[in-house]
Design a protein around this ligand. Structure first.
Ligand SMILES: [Zn+2]
Length: 385
């Protein structure tokens, strides 16, 4: 059963061999043919083949579904009071996570599952068709193939005097329990979190258990985390706010293996300094944008918001921001079946209520995601509004 989508005023393919030949591969008056969950044809409407059925999109812009490669969805409670305090002058420190750990440990599984379900629905409504989900805060996620074991986010209070004991626990029994459920392993390697040696020990154990590393690093201060990510051929190193010139050189040399994922929501919500996206992109680093959705330091599921902030405050061009939120996210998850609208890829696409993707940054805060097609189907999980 094939479906022809036509009436696409501006079709962003992320395929440079298409349309205007830019990285976004933009086709004017484009069309797509989908067979079941896959794309079987992409091009100009004039040349579109026949299909079993046809949907006219009325001249809208169509983009690949957003790929959010960094999210923490499994938690209980919320921290709006802490946010309000921070916005009126209190500093952000890594320890605030302990509040969420305590609330999450106290919550039952059905409460946590309902919370994840709510956020997944928000993702879909906002055009996110693939998302990563980190464990930690006390549990592992089951809603995505992109599950990350993050046992080393913060040292829990009972291990404050025994850091080595906690590292052994994460790299031992906790890893053994979680590795069968996960694809990735992540460590928060930063000031106030885990140091380079602790991170190396945990990620090394994860690799031995068949997981692929990704890191949180360079959010709160400079350090060796970014270099370690490159050395370990991590799929992604995330935050990178305090990346040095040497870090950027290393990331550029590793552009085919390690993505730098910038998280505008975290800087926004902690009133921290913005990383300069242009500095990474001009050096040749592969850059992704992600939400870092979590209740402490970035409680947003909106990739459109991240794009707007990246353009306004992080020196991304609108085109670079959209690429990083789609193809960049796919690279950070080492996925070649998503992140672009091309033959053979999953039919994950978003129709914007706008004539151009430029409106994502030009009209900040406006819900421009019209329809979401997930694996060839109009998303059914989207709520009433
Ligand atoms: Zn994070």
């Amino acid at each position: 059963m094939t479906v022809l989508y036509r009436g696409i005023g501006e079709l962003v393919t992320n395929d440079p061999s298409q349309g205007d030949g830019s990285a976004l591969g933009i086709i004017d008056d484009g069309a797509i043919v989908v067979d079941d969950d896959r794309i079987v044809w992409v091009g100009e409407r004039l040349h579109a083949p026949d299909a079993d059925s046809c949907a006219d999109l009325g001249g809208s812009s169509v983009i690949p579904g957003f790929v959010d490669s960094h999210a923490h969805l499994v938690f209980a409670g919320e921290r709006s009071a802490e946010f309000a305090a921070r916005m009126t002058g209190a500093p952000y420190a890594a320890g605030g996570i302990a509040t969420t750990v305590a609330a999450t440990r106290a919550a039952d599984d059905s409460t946590l599952a309902a919370g994840v379900e709510r956020l997944v629905n928000e993702f879909l409504r906002g055009g996110v068709t693939t998302f990563e989900c980190k464990s930690g805060y006390g549990l592992t996620g089951h809603h995505t193939a992109e599950t990350t074991f993050l046992g080393a986010h913060v040292i829990p209070p009972e291990f404050r005097e025994d850091r080595d004991g906690y590292v052994d626990l994460v790299a031992g029994p906790m890893l053994d329990a979680c590795a069968p459920l996960a694809r990735w392993i992540d460590v928060f390697c930063d000031k106030g979190a885990f140091d380079v040696d602790e991170t190396r020990a945990i990620l090394g154990a994860g690799v031995a258990a068949g997981l692929t590393p990704r890191l949180h690093a360079g959010q709160l201060g400079p350090g060796g985390g970014i270099q370690l990510a490159v050395e370990l051929r991590a799929a992604s190193v995330d935050h990178c706010t305090y990346a040095s010139d040497t870090d950027i050189e290393a990331l550029a040399a590793a552009a085919d293996t390690t993505v730098a994922t910038l998280l505008p929501g975290a800087e926004f919500s902690t009133r921290a300094k913005w990383p300069d996206g242009k500095r990474f992109i001009d050096a040749g680093v592969t850059v992704a944008l992600a939400t870092d959705c979590n209740p402490g330091s970035s409680y947003t599921t909106s990739m459109a918001f991240c794009i707007a902030v990246a353009v306004r405050d992080m020196n991304f061009s609108p085109a670079q921001a959209l690429w990083s939120a789609t193809a960049g996210g796919a690279a950070a998850l080492r996925r070649d079946d998503i992140g672009a609208l091309a033959v053979g890829r999953r039919a994950d696409l978003v129709r914007l209520d706008a004539p151009s993707y430029l409106h994502l940054a030009y009209r900040p805060g406006v819900p421009l995601v019209g329809d979401v097609v997930l694996g060839g189907r109009r998303s059914t999980r989207v709520g009433a509004n």
